[in-house]
Design a protein around this ligand. Structure first.
Ligand SMILES: Cc1cc2nc3c(=O)[nH]c(=O)nc-3n(C[C@H](O)[C@H](O)[C@H](O)COP(=O)(O)OP(=O)(O)OC[C@H]3O[C@@H](n4cnc5c(N)ncnc54)[C@H](O)[C@@H]3O)c2cc1C
Length: 534
């Protein structure tokens, strides 16, 4: 049996390389703690690459009186935006008003309204939407983002794609974020601060060994097993949080999460402006239609109970039809199955608060320290991309005394890699790239600036022509960029690159992706052989 030695032992061992695991790894490493993180697949391979990609307060959660969550998230939007103006940007949301919009029947607001205004029969009155937006504007921290306004939909770009029955809309602010890049940038920063990030590494068991955790991992590619020792175990397994408690740590706990699948569909671009739509349905739910990857529109999401974390989430034909039908209540253009170019699904690991419907289950997070095995373990239930940094701060607060850690919160205002430029400096960054690298066209320069921010220059180096960047895999993806992703961003396969480090999977052909995968496999082989010889 492996013996614990000082240098093998970390303060914190994190299970799960989604946003919560990577956010905690970064925060903990920055506080001077020693950290190891194991992710069984690629970083952000589960829920954290399948979100709607909004840093948002969650307007609809106001109807559930989730004021703590909404306020924290609203304040957080701008803190995050400043720290990562490359992967996050402000967006305006257009909410067309129609008198038939309904509440979900079991929100506290709809129940109250049912008592005091029974004649509304579940309809959402305009004054209530205005009140919600007023709260949204004023609950916290809004300095950069513009507030709510009213927009005419007749004869305006915002109204052009919508049916004529919509004449007025409200417009409010939230922010976009590239979710999977957010995860990888947190992992990179954690690594730069000393954390050990292990991908394709599954935690197969964790048990008490004296005053420590003995954690066994298995490499999912080579099968190699390793033993690690840690003073604190952090379970950031997202949908697997219950599985980790019950089958990896074998604790006798009934705590778990409610798994709620959300699916999105992607179509070719449906409108010609940069704003999003917030559509309210007659079933009380809402969906977004968002400009996506320059030439596409993202529509989602659904709320469906999901059987188990091991069941791969996929957009079912019913969910696809539901989203198309919902969008067709608003858009002039009648969408059908043939308009869908891509779909993706993720599973929300929601804290099980006993709510009756999936839509109503809380989106807030709960952190629980379990010491029943004699060594401390922190379990994370729920959470949103938007609150990951605050969740990490709360997590560190909870575990500090178990580790005698004196580190203070530090992440607010500290940029993520490549995000060290002013919040309104994105256009200047793109212009600078195009001036210094004239071979970049507008799409390419914007894409690199969005993905890598100020570090785009580190990738482009001394290149004076496209050919200097090596092989072109298609859609502006070059050998130099892929090498960067493999060396600095933990990418191992074409799928890691074209669906999580970027979204060029929407533009590359199947053959191009296969060729990229072959190239990456060969490069890994050569690198392994070279390092074996060296
Ligand atoms: C459809 C949908 C839309 C959403 N939209 C938004 C939004 O717009 N804004 C927002 O703020 N939030 C949104 N969310 C919520 C947000 O995406 C999640 O709260 C967040 O991504 C959860 O992150 P996580 O790190 O907890 O989980 P995950 O990202 O799932 O990470 C958990 C990781 O643990 C790994 N793991 C599990 N078991 C093991 C093991 N034994 N060993 C090693 N690794 C293991 C998994 O492989 C996985 O990568 C949305 C969620 C969904 C599903």
């Amino acid at each position: 049996m492996a013996q614990a030695t000082e240098d093998q032992t970390t303060d914190v061992f994190i299970v799960g390389g989604g946003i919560n695991g990577c956010g905690i790894a970064r925060d903990a490493a920055g506080r001077g703690l020693t950290v190891a993180l194991a992710e069984m697949n690629d970083l952000a391979s589960a829920t954290s690459s399948a979100s709607t990609k909004l840093f948002h307060g969650g307007l609809r959660y106001l109807e559930y009186f989730e004021f703590r969550l909404v306020r924290e998230a609203l304040i957080e939007r701008e803190v995050l935006l400043r720290a990562m103006p490359h992967i996050s940007w402000p967006m305006r949301f257009v909410l067309p008003y129609h008198k038939d919009m309904r509440f979900e029947s079991d929100t506290p607001t709809s129940k109250l309204l049912g008592i005091f205004m029974p004649w509304m029969k579940g309809r959402r009155p305009a004054w209530l939407i205005r009140l919600g937006l007023f709260l949204y504007d004023n609950l916290g921290g809004r300095k950069i983002l513009p507030g709510t306004s009213t927009v005419a939909l007749t004869g305006t770009p915002e109204g052009a794609p919508l049916q004529d029955r919509f004449s007025t809309a409200y417009e409010y602010s939230d922010c976009w974020v590239e979710d999977s890049r957010l995860v990888v940038l947190n992992a990179r920063d954690a690594e730069a601060r000393g954390a050990r990030i292990m991908t394709r590494t599954q935690v197969v068991s964790a048990e008490k060994d004296g005053a420590l955790w003995r954690v066994k991992t298995r490499n999912s590619e080579t099968g190699a097993e390793h033993t690690h020792f840690a003073r604190m175990l952090v379970n950031a397994g997202g949908p697997w949080v219950g599985d980790i408690i019950q089958t990896k740590v074998r604790l006798n706990s009934r705590e778990g999460v409610r798994l709620v699948r959300g699916s999105h569909i992607v179509t070719r671009k449906l409108f010609d402006h940069g704003k999003c739509y917030f559509f309210q349905g007659t079933d009380g739910r809402i969906i977004f239609a968002i400009p996506y990857e320059t030439d596409f529109t993202l529509i989602g999401t659904t709320d469906a109970e999901h059987p188990a974390p091991s069941a791969k989430p996929e957009c079912t034909p019913e969910e696809r039809r539901y989203l198309l039908k919902f969008a067709n209540q608003y858009f002039k253009q009648d969408l059908d199955e043939s308009d869908v170019v891509w779909t993706y699904s993720g599973v929300r690991p929601l804290y099980d608060d006993g709510a009756s419907s999936a839509t109503a289950a809380t989106r807030d997070y709960t952190l629980k320290v379990d010491t029943s095995s004699g060594v401390p373990m922190l379990n994370i239930f729920g959470g949103k991309i938007t609150t990951y940094r605050r969740l990490a701060e709360h997590a560190l607060e909870k575990i500090a005394h178990h580790l005698d850690s004196k580190g203070k919160p530090w992440t607010a205002g500290v940029p993520l890699p490549g995000g060290d430029f002013p919040v309104d400096g994105f256009d200047a960054l793109v212009e600078g790239l195009r001036r210094d690298y004239p071979f970049l066209d507008a799409f390419w320069a914007r894409r690199l600036a969005r993905a890598y921010g100020t570090q785009a220059r580190d990738i482009l180096g001394n290149a004076t022509q496209a050919g200097d960047l090596g092989r072109n895999f298609g859609a502006t993806l070059t050998e130099t960029e892929v090498t960067w992703l493999m060396v600095h961003e933990f990418a191992l396969t074409a799928e890691d690159v074209v669906w999580r480090r970027n979204k060029l999977g929407l533009r590359l052909t199947r053959d191009e992706i296969t060729a990229l995968n072959t190239w990456m496999a060969e490069r890994r082989h050569t690198t392994t052989q070279t390092s074996a010889v060296g």
